[in-house]
Structure formats: C-alpha cells, structure tokens
Design a protein around this ligand. Structure first.
Ligand code: NAD
Length: 497
C-alpha cells in the first residue's frame, strides 16, 4: 500500500504552509456545505494550529446518505451502459493527475506525507486506482446456470446502492482511492468519512469528481470523528455496505455498531504487526534495503510496516549494520519542503505512545542499537529505532506501534523463524528473503498473513493483487478483482419456462 519511499518528484515545489488555502466544510450533493468549529488540528511538521475539522452530526449524515441515494437513482449510474462509468471515471482520474499541484500541498500540510513524494506517489497512485477499477465496470457478465430443462437459471450482479466508507489518516489520498474506485466502478454512490486528522484532500477529490462530470451526489464527504459521524454512518439504514480501513479497535466498534443497528456486509482493513524473515542465504543488501524501506516509509506509519525483523543468527549483525546505514540517510524536515524524505509522526499523542513502548522495552532489558529518541527539531519527529534482545511478549514486539521502531529477533532454523513470525492476533502481511525457492514457497504457505512478499517488501502499483488481513487484521479485501466484486451483490433468478 505505501507508495515507494523513493517516489520523489523534483517538479513538486516547496510551499509556504501559512499561505495555503484549504477547502472547508463538508461536500454533499455536489456542493461544499459550510461548517464551523470542530476538532483543532496541528501540523505534524511544526505543531502549529492551522485548521479545525468540523464534526457532522447524524442529521447531516442523513442528508449525505439521502443525496447519495438520490444521485444513484436519478443518474442511473449503476444501470446505464457500464462503458459510460468507465469513461467518466477515467476523466476523473485524468483530472486528479492534472491537479496534482493543488492536491499535493493540501495533503502535505495536514498529513505526514512530504510534498516531494506526493505528486508522483500518492496522487498518481490514487488516479491509477480509479482507472484500474473503472476497467472492471464493463467486463462483467451475468451467469446463465444449469437448472434443468423447463427452466432458466440466472445469477445477476447488482450494486448495493450507497456504500459508507471510512478511511484512516496515514495515506489519505490513496486510502480514499481504495474505497471510491471499486465502489463507484461497481455502480454505487459513496458517503465517505475521512480521518478527522487529514480530511482536506478527500474534499478536493470529491469536488474534482463533479468537475470531471460525475453526477453530483455520487461522491459525498462528511467530516467528523468516529464516535459521532462514523457511528452515524456505519449504523445508517440507507447504507448498503460498509467499507472501512483503520485500526482493529475501531473495526471492532464498527462491527458492534452494525450488529446493533441492522445487518449489513462489511469489509474491514485493519491493523498489523508484520514480520520480515531473513534467511542466511538471502541477498543481504537487498534485504537491508527492503527492511529499512519499510521502516522509514512514512516513518513506519503504514499498516503493512514490516517492523518485526526475524533474522538468521549467523547474519544478524551484518544485516542490522546495513539497515542502520540506510537509516543514516534520512532527510527529516517539514512536509512542505521538497527536499524532505522522512515523515513526521502524526501527533504528540502518537509520539508519547511510541516513547512509552520503547521505554518499556528498554526497561525490560532490550538493547537500543540506534535511535530511541525523539528528534531534536520542531514538530513531531522520531528517530529510526532498532531494538535488539526484545522478549517475544514485549509490547514492542506485540503491539502495532505505528512508528519507526524495528525489533530484531534471531532464529537458528526454519521452525523457530516461523514460530517467531506467528502473531497471536494480527496477520496482515509478511516478507521473506531467501535464494532457496523451495524454502520460499514452503514458508509462504506456512505464514498466516494476507500478503506475503518474497525478496521484496511492500506493494507498488500492483493493484491487481488483493490486499487484506488474516486473523484480526481484517475481513475481505481491498484492491484486486475481489474489491470490485465486494461492492456488488448477486441475485439468483429462476424462470419457469
Ligand atoms: P483509527 O481506527 O483510529 O481511525 C480510522 C478511521 O476510523 C477514522 O476516520 C476514524 O475517525 C474512524 N473511526 C474511529 N472510530 C470509529 C467508530 N467507532 N466508528 C466509525 N468510525 C470510526 O485508525 P487511524 O489511526 O486513522 O489509522 C491507523 C490504523 O489504520 C492502523 O491500525 C493501521 O494499521 C490501519 N490501517 C490499515 C490498513 C489496511 O489496509 N489494513 C491501511 C491503512 C491503515
């Protein structure tokens, strides 16, 4: 999911964050709906208060759901010749790319994403996701099924109508693309609630959809927090399906709310604590680059961050040293400086959490090989941190830290490596590095994870591969054909001849 940490675009300029105009309000039925007050937001890069995120009350969520239902009904979005959807979504994707120079600063100022990585990274990925899903829209055929002479059996596929989507703060644009692309291509309208910490780029995406000619009301954005706006959205009777990406705790709360308010299907993309296994025969330079890349990308604030290094004892020292060398090359700085490559941590609260987990590991006897402190500069930056001699039950090994903290555990044989890799609750992703093909396939089979990367780590633009978790890392898939199909339901028809 995270765009490559190396995806820099020299054309993306530094900008003055104090002179940046941000969109405000909610976006419903093709128009910005003014709103005042709300949750005060601070820029991660320097801590300055810069905007408020309004909180939509349930009545406004009602309005957005009604606008979505009306748009999908009156425009015939899900019923007209599907090639029209394909063309409209391509126009929108083109416009998103054209407006990269507007989207990138708006994203950079609120989030942890450096402006130099946005245009060629997150913005381009978002446009590609929309194009990728658009192409499914007119490739689907209904099935004629054998039901015996004298009858005709059909399985028809239909959209849900209105999809309720909720996204996290860590990659706001591409997470919105994950949700909007498949839901719209499949013929639905969407009401999307972005994270209250990074809501602005999603508002722009919605406004661009109308500018590109999508029916007003097809993409609606309500801003707000989880307990008020999120709960109203996931429990809304006008929503046919919930599509969520965020923490396992919030996913659990959503399941409870959906169960309480009425049954509806859900896809949940949740947290992780992903291992990277490096065997003694691996290309160590390649493994070091991949492990460091996953630690440093968005400063470890990625669901699939591979922050549990499990390495063969014989090569552990050499590998840790090589990873450390990559960490030495970071360029921390404000997200509005084009030279920045190392992201700040999203909030003071999150820094405090990282400090508490690292502190507890050190108090329990872990050895800090590198980092272990906040960076001495404005904003919320934390040094790339490598911890050795950490116990399997340490919170540093068990909890999703969502920061640049790598734990190192060593193994003597494959069984021990697999035992260490197994997490009691998470199963989002895993990486493994070896030159032995048989081992690679055997270990891949044994790993309990929704994605396994072999001799690489992280996705790039391979949208065809579904992404999703085993265990409590989620239910269902985003990306891939599965994500498109998850936004449609089947109707069985039996005609008596
Ligand atoms: P979060 O769970 O705190 O918030 C995510 C979104 O859910 C926000 O929009 C929030 O307002 C909303 N929310 C919170 N409680 C809610 C509730 N009770 N009902 C409805 N909505 C609610 O997560 P975050 O801090 O924004 O993002 C980080 C988390 O997201 C990490 O756990 C990370 O692993 C996960 N994540 C997972 C994937 C994936 O593909 N599996 C991708 C990105 C992020």
């Amino acid at each position: 999911m995270p765009p490559s940490p190396d995806a820099t675009n020299p054309d993306t300029r530094s900008f003055d964050p104090d002179r940046l105009a941000l969109p405000s309000g909610h976006f419903i039925a093709g128009r910005f709906v003014p709103a005042r007050g709300g949750i005060p937001l601070h820029r991660p890069s320097d801590g300055a208060a810069f905007a408020d995120c309004p909180v939509a009350e349930p009545a406004l969520v009602d309005e957005a759901v009604a606008a979505a239902a009306k748009a999908v009904r009156e425009s015939g979005w899900g019923e007209r010749p599907p090639r029209e959807r394909v063309r409209a979504l391509h126009r929108w994707a083109d416009l998103i790319e054209e407006k990269a120079g507007v989207l990138a600063p708006v994203e950079a100022v609120a989030s942890t994403r450096p402006v130099g990585q946005l245009a060629a990274g997150d913005v381009a990925v978002t446009a590609e996701q929309i194009r990728f899903f658009a192409e499914f829209a007119d490739k689907e055929t209904d099935d004629l099924v054998p039901t015996g002479a004298g009858s005709l059996g059909l399985v028809m596929s239909e959209p849900y109508g209105v999809v309720g989507a909720i996204t996290p703060w860590n990659f706001p644009l591409s997470m919105a693309g994950w949700k909007l692309g498949p839901a719209l291509a499949a013929g639905n309208a969407v009401v999307l609630k972005p994270s209250e910490m990074t809501p602005f780029s999603t508002l722009l995406l919605a406004a661009l959809s109308v500018e590109a000619g999508l029916p007003a009301g097809l993409v609606n954005v309500v801003l707000g927090d989880g307990p008020t706006t999120g709960t109203a959205l996931t429990g809304h009777p006008g929503i046919g399906k919930v599509s969520f990406t965020g923490s396992t705790a919030a996913g659990t709360a959503i399941m409870t709310n959906v169960a309480r308010t009425g049954v509806k299907p859900m896809t949940l993309e949740l947290g992780g604590k992903s291992p990277q296994l490096v065997f003694a025969d691996a290309d160590l330079a390649l493994a070091a680059r991949a492990v460091a890349g996953s630690l440093l990308a968005n400063a470890g604030q990625a669901c699939v961050a591979g922050t549990r290094l499990i390495v063969a004892e014989a090569v552990a020292d050499a590998l840790v040293e090589a990873i450390g060398a990559h960490c030495a090359g970071i360029r921390p700085g404000p997200t509005w400086d084009a030279a920045t490559t190392y992201a700040p941590i999203i909030s003071e609260r999150q820094i405090a959490r990282i400090e508490a987990i690292v502190g507890a590991a050190l108090a329990a006897g872990a050895e800090c090989v590198r980092g272990g402190t906040r960076l001495d500069r404005p904003g919320t930056f934390y040094a790339p941190t490598i911890l050795r001699r950490v116990g399997t039950d340490s919170p540093a090994v068990r909890e999703e830290i969502f920061g640049p903290v790598l734990t190192v555990q060593t193994f003597r044989d494959e069984d021990e490596a697999l035992a260490l890799a197994e997490h009691p609750t998470y199963g989002l992703a895993a990486g493994l590095f070896t030159r032995d093909l048989s081992r690679a396939l055997r270990v891949t089979r044994a790993l309990q994870a929704g994605t396994v990367w072999v001799n690489r780590y992280g996705r790039s633009r391979d949208h065809i591969l579904p992404t999703g978790g085993y265990k409590q890392s989620g239910i269902g898939k985003d990306l891939g054909r599965e994500a498109y199909l998850a936004n449609r339901r089947s109707k069985s028809v039996l005609v008596d001849l």
